[in-house]
Design a protein around this ligand. Structure first.
Ligand code: HEC
Length: 141
């Protein structure tokens, strides 16, 4: 049932609706370099959370490419995670706050780059249609 509700949510909600109120104002092209120096070891080149340093972590670094995470990974969420870290957002403290290493604009730029890993549109998983149970006709004696 929970799954059904989630699927319904994905259908009715435009992919990036949650971003509407928050203006990231990030430049992904500039953020790329920061990602490659600071984030790639854990989050991986592809943004799938499979960087060498992230392999042994539990929980694993977030997978930005997974459609299942697409609704959560908004500009605002990524910005908050990068700026304040996992612990401040109820997530793993292994994801540190980067506000010491990056200034506000750099946080916005690297966040914009993270968003580029997201699948273009979250594909809606079709639930296999349940065939109506075929009732065996009562045998006539
Ligand atoms: C030392 C390893 C490490 C590094 C380096 C690191 N992260 Fe993370 N990050 C994590 C872990 C672990 C999590 C998962 C937290 C959780 O799910 O509890 C995470 C979570 C995240 C999330 C949230 C993902 C989600 O699914 O909601 C974002 C966004 C993120 N990191 C961005 C970055 C960016 C951008 C950088 C570079 C500036 C970076 N991280 C560097 C380990 C790391």
């Amino acid at each position: 049932m929970k799954k059904l509700v989630l699927v319904a949510g994905l259908i009715s909600m435009p992919a990036f609706a949650a971003d509407a109120a928050f203006d990231l104002k990030g430049d992904a092209a500039k953020g790329e370099a920061h990602y490659k120096t600071l984030c790639i070891s854990c989050h991986g080149e592809k943004g799938d959370g499979n960087g060498p340093a992230g392999a042994a972590m539990n929980p694993k670094p977030g997978n930005f490419t997974d459609p299942a995470n697409a609704e959560r990974i908004t500009g605002e969420w990524v910005y908050k995670m990068v700026k304040n870290g996992g612990a401040a957002n109820g997530k793993s403290p292994m994801m540190v706050a980067w506000s010491g290493a990056l200034n506000d604009q750099q946080v916005r730029d690297v966040s914009a780059y993270v968003l580029k890993f997201k699948p273009a549109a979250a594909p809606v998983k079709a639930e296999p249609a349940k065939a109506a149970p075929v009732k065996a006709a009562p045998k006539k004696k």
